[in-house]
Design a protein around this ligand. Structure first.
Ligand code: RB5
Length: 150
């Protein structure tokens, strides 16, 4: 599986740790930056990883900023993206099982590296359950379609 990862200046160290961890688990990871701690703008990097997921360059994405909120909001502006901001593994698991999330985001200033590792591992390993959950995910896509020409 190919995984895209993107972050702002607040999350360079955590991103580097997560890349090493995922590679040790056998994932191919594409890094969309940033790689310096110079102040930058999370929407720039959220859009990069979201586009990579939307155009299928990668299978799933990870976004990290200070809180995970800003980069998640940016990712969700790209058509077809369902980005979930999670601070613990249970929500990360169910974001896959029930919501078919394709990007997980979290905050380097909110959670520690061990929780972040648990979150990405469960997110990448958990399948979407489909069934009744597909109908609800389709309803989310319908909202996107109804609003795209406004
Ligand atoms: C940067 O200071 C901070 O605002 C950003 O990393 C993020 O937390 C935004 O949601």
């Amino acid at each position: 599986m190919k995984v895209g990862i993107a972050n702002d200046h607040a999350a360079v160290d955590m991103k580097n740790e997560i890349v090493k961890y995922l590679e040790s688990l056998g994932y191919e990871v594409i890094n969309y930056g940033t790689d310096t701690k110079e102040s930058t703008d999370y929407p720039t990097y959220g859009e990069k990883v979201a586009n990579a997921v939307a155009d299928k360059t990668v299978d799933l994405g990870i976004g990290i900023c200070g809180t995970g909120v800003g980069i998640g909001l940016a990712c969700n502006k790209v058509k077809g993206i369902r980005a979930c901001t999670c601070s613990e593994p249970y929500s990360a698991e169910y974001s896959r099982r029930h919501n078919n999330a394709n990007i997980i985001t979290f905050g380097a200033r909110v959670i520690g590296i061990e929780t972040a590792k648990q979150i990405v591992k469960v997110f990448l390993e958990t399948p979407f359950e489909g069934g009744r959950h597909q109908r609800r995910v389709d309803m989310i896509t319908d909202i996107e379609k109804r609003n795209e020409t406004k």
